[in-house]
Design a protein around this ligand. Structure first.
Ligand code: HBI
Length: 97
């Protein structure tokens, strides 16, 4: 079992990653990313997929043309955990370039 973040830890995660919003029903974080076109969006998804395999932590996401919506939560914790914070940081770093 993975430890679920406490309220203060969740607040810290959101403060550190302001492009993510909290989704309270799932206790998840969500980020919407817009790219120039489908090709750029799919290239980004490929890079995230490789990160997800390395971290053994996988996003729930959707893609419509140039938009990718990513939801992170930890099934094993029934909510947010440090694994989501680590993945959000890696995704933010990718998007910063
Ligand atoms: N991805 N988002 C997410 N949450 C998990 O709990 C999770 C995962 N990928 C793999 C994984 N857990 C494994 O550790 C096992 O549960 C198989």
């Amino acid at each position: 079992m993975v430890a679920k973040l406490q309220d203060e830890e969740r607040a810290g995660l959101l403060a550190a990653h302001p492009d993510w919003r909290h989704e309270p029903v799932r206790d998840a974080i969500v980020r919407e990313c817009i790219f120039a076109d489908f090709s750029a969006a799919f290239a980004f998804m490929t890079r995230v997929a490789m990160l997800a395999e390395v971290q053994d932590h996988h996003p729930e996401w959707s893609n419509v043309y140039n938009r990718v919506t990513i939801l992170l939560t930890t099934h094993d914790a029934d909510g947010l955990s440090a694994r989501d914070a680590k993945m959000a940081a890696a995704i933010d770093a990718l998007l910063r370039g």
